[in-house]
Design a protein around this ligand. Structure first.
Ligand code: BG6
Length: 472
């Protein structure tokens, strides 16, 4: 399948926007349970209603098309397709996604469908989630149902969203369910996600489909403030930790030696890595790498003992803290602007990242599956949302992507996170990323396209032809 059109779109994920948590035959997910538990104590809100995209998908998709977008990335809730994770497929859930996909096609929007974006059926979660190898089998069965039901109309699939970031939150920061701090458990969960993804890729090809299937990886350009040997070494470990441990596996089809060596050297149990899996990884290389790009990371040598991982989920301006003895610590460039959640604003990072990816994986097409900035937005007296800071951020990224494409990087698409304001995981609803404002205090969940929505429409108009011409 060869699409000569550059994909210009925006993205969401099921739990963050659909709502209707107990409607349409849906089963419960780990996030439904977590958000209703007392562990949800930072911003104790839920995705029960969210943007009510479940009922309003058509108006939301129409608005994307009116904004000049030609693609929409969304995820399927596993719990709508197979409510208990492993049992029978549910017609009502399948019909919902049929309606959603058909609405995309009706408005000239190419769907890019993520099979798994953080929300795992409760039943599987209770049996150990991704730490349990059986989850990979359940996932493949679920993926097969999705390919059978939607494969005739969906040309772009993403197997799993962010194996690195999700497991870092679940088992590192400990702020996502199951809320534990254990890197040992993290490595294992991440391994099973990669295995599940590889199996799904091979299955998809084996079923004879011609579309593109990839994995969505949160990727970071890694930099350092001091040009010294120990800083370069720390940057190498940060690269291994955040990027290579995922990207090598799905692009090259094998775990890098340095990764196994490092984990073994530190005494981690790797008995779950089976010899026979090597063939599965080899057969499961992706057609494209989905890149979620938000910021760069600065690495420095870790001089402290132990491990400390602290996220900022309150938007109080504090930076997140991360150091791992024997690996690296995160550094800070005090001269750069940050969001209230401590994220550095540095658009050139996407250029550095794309060039790094091209160097390591020369023939791998990239789709920027997420790029965006979260902040406190509000409706002005004129009834509009003036998010100039977001326009500047996105403009910077698009300009640097263009430069990377001019330098030969094979980029096939760009998706803004997010299509509209959505539930921002444990950050709640105040951290907004959308091109469209959602008034969560309004019963009708009124939508207001922000200035950035109109900026995006113009950008697509201005750059569309040139970007189409660059599609390799
Ligand atoms: C990505 C996720 O990591 O970042 C999205 O794929 C998420 O689901 C986005 O919403 C922004 O992160 P957050 O935590 O600020 O909402």
């Amino acid at each position: 399948m060869k699409n000569r059109k550059f994909l210009w779109g925006s993205a969401t994920a099921a739990y963050q926007c659909e709502g209707a948590w107990k409607e349409g035959g849906k089963g419960l997910s780990n996030w439904d349970v977590f958000c209703h538990s007392d562990k949800n104590n930072v911003n104790p809100v839920t995705g029960d209603v969210a943007c009510d995209h479940y009922h309003r998908y058509e108006e939301d998709i129409k608005r994307m098309a009116e904004g000049g977008q030609n693609a929409y990335r969304f995820s399927i809730a596993w719990t709508r397709i197979i409510p208990d994770g492993t049992g029978e497929r549910d017609r009502e859930g399948i019909d919902f996604y049929n309606r959603l996909i058909n609405a995309c096609l009706k408005y000239g929007i190419e769907p890019l469908v993520t099979l798994y974006h953080y929300d795992l059926p409760k039943t599987l979660f209770e049996m150990g989630g991704w730490e349990n190898r059986d989850t990979t089998e359940a996932y493949v069965r679920y993926a097969k149902v999705c390919f059978e039901e939607f494969g005739d109309r969906v040309n772009y699939w993403a197997t799993i969203n962010e194996p690195n970031y999700e497991t870092l939150c679940c088992y590192g920061y400990g702020n996502y369910p199951p809320n534990v701090k254990s890197l040992e458990r993290r490595w294992k969960a991440m391994y099973h996600m990669m295995l599940a993804s590889a199996k799904a890729v091979a299955l998809y090809r084996g079923m004879g489909y011609q579309g593109m299937i990839g994995l969505v990886s949160d990727c970071y350009s890694i930099d350092f403030m001091e040009d010294a040997e120990e800083y370069r070494k720390a940057a190498g470990f940060a690269d291994l930790f955040f990027n290579i441990s995922v990207n090598d596996v799905c692009v090259r089809g094998a775990y890098p030696e340095e990764y196994r060596d490092k984990l073994m050297e530190e005494g981690y149990d790797l008995s779950y890595m089976r010899k026979e899996d090597e063939e599965i990884f080899k057969a499961g290389c992706v057609d494209y790498l989905g890149v979620n790009a938000y910021c760069r990371y600065l690495a420095k040598p870790c001089t402290e003992k132990g491990i400390s991982l602290t996220a900022n989920n309150t938007g109080d301006g504090k930076k997140k803290k991360l150091f791992i003895e024997g690996w690296f610590a995160l550094d800070e460039d005090k001269g750069l602007e940050k969001t209230p959640w401590g994220m550095e604003i540095y658009p050139k990072s996407i250029y550095d990242l794309l060039l790094d990816l091209k160097k390591r994986y020369p023939n791998m097409p990239v789709i920027i599956t997420e790029n965006g900035v979260g902040n406190y937005d509000s409706v002005s007296e004129d009834g509009e949302v003036h998010d100039q800071y977001r326009i500047e951020y996105l403009q910077g990224y698009v300009d640097w992507i263009e430069k990377a494409m001019d330098a030969g990087c094979d980029v096939r698409g760009y998706f803004v996170w997010s299509a509209m304001d959505v539930y921002s995981w444990i950050n709640g609803y105040k951290k907004r990323y959308g091109l469209v404002y959602v008034d969560f205090d309004d019963q009708g969940l009124r939508r207001i396209p922000k200035d950035s929505y109109y900026w995006y429409k113009n950008t697509i108009r201005e750059k569309g032809e040139k970007f189409d011409g660059k599609v390799q």
